[in-house]
Design a protein around this ligand. Sequence first.
Ligand SMILES: Cc1cc2nc3c(=O)[nH]c(=O)nc-3n(C[C@H](O)[C@H](O)[C@H](O)COP(=O)(O)OP(=O)(O)OC[C@H]3O[C@@H](n4cnc5c(N)ncnc54)[C@H](O)[C@@H]3O)c2cc1C
Length: 403
Amino acid sequence: MNRKLDLRTGNPVWTAYRAPPVPTGKLTRDIKTDVLVVGMGISGAMMAEALTCDGHDVVVIDRRGPMKGSTSATTALVQYEIDQPLTMLSSMIGKARAVAAWRRSRLAIANLSAHLDALGINCGKAERPSLLLAGNVLGATGLREEAEARRAAGIAAEYLTRSQLGDRFGIERDGAILSPANLSLDPRKMTSGFHRAAQQRGARYYAPVEATGFSSSSSGVEVATDTGVVINAGHVVLATGYELASVVPATGHRVVSTWAIATRPQKLALWPEKAFVWEASEPYLYLRALPDGRVVCGGEDEDFQDETLRDELLPAKTERISNKLNALMPGLDCRAEYAWTGSFGTTSTGLPIIAKVPRHPRIHAVMGYGGNGITYSRIAAELVRSELAGHRDADAALYALPR
Ligand SMILES: Cc1cc2nc3c(=O)[nH]c(=O)nc-3n(C[C@H](O)[C@H](O)[C@H](O)COP(=O)(O)OP(=O)(O)OC[C@H]3O[C@@H](n4cnc5c(N)ncnc54)[C@H](O)[C@@H]3O)c2cc1C
């Protein structure tokens, strides 16, 4: 598998909004630190913030610079409703583990929201309900069962019949699950906010710097970089997104392609409650509104990694997403003002892998995010923070490397 990716192409909507800058320095001599975080995207930001909160001395590096990877391409539906429905995940990994994974995601969203408030990070955060529409993966009966399974696990979910869905949201489908309190936000503003909080606590940021080699001992890790400078770290966290570092096994991880568009602002044409909408279908469509009334819509995922083909398909996929959006929401102006495409790492269960690297007990890898990457970045920060504090998180086994 290719470990260096062309992560995204096109014009993501976030370029329309300014995020506070994250200053970085030049790395000119060998340095030491408690923890080296590799990656300045959402995952690295949450990780650096969490670890500096516990008083660790933290260095963060990135071969591109802050927020220049997948983080700039995300559509940022920050949901505890993970891609794999609870009923389907139960048949894959067993009910107890599936329920634990769903509950952990619910907890992560609540924790993330509270933490953004506590730090005063201004990223336009707002709670949004979401609608999971009946489709070819789960029809009306499947959704009814899914809603019951979620409620039995203590996770709020209301099944809406066709007429309830039409009356309340003006959407025509056989049924839907309505869920409360997912998060809408600007991902770059959030990421920059976490990075800046870490910097205020003394974290040192260097870019562009690429980690090229890892040599582990019982007391730490010596990290070689493309600048020739060596970083000696007590622990390393690989928050490298979908680009896996050389020491990380790629077992269970695969890369697929996805596309997204954003329309012009149209506040008055938006649907009720500005709910997130996604389909229980393959390929699926999902959408959200931005505070200025633009509609972001994505999906059409394809199971290949070829970046040239991915980019060539951008015009055709833009048209297709725009047409599908129009069919679902005929009252909107669905023409794309922004269109972009990106690669997307995932696993067979949809759960991420957050684990120590085999034979490198002081290197922690965070990988295979799927469609709920932001939720999983938060869980990763919580797991690694516990690990470095000397406790094993009760849910750590859910995210272990596949055997
Ligand atoms: C189109 C699209 C839509 C999405 N929509 C959603 C969504 O709605 N909700 C959701 O939760 N998630 C979504 N995701 C997923 C989400 O965007 C990702 O999970 C998230 O951005 C990953 O952040 P990251 O920090 O792990 O990776 P990145 O942002 O890619 O950051 C990793 C960084 O590591 C650096 N790096 C890599 N290797 C090295 C090295 N060896 N040395 C130094 N630096 C290195 C890279 O340069 C990069 O900057 C979407 C993704 C895409 C592409």
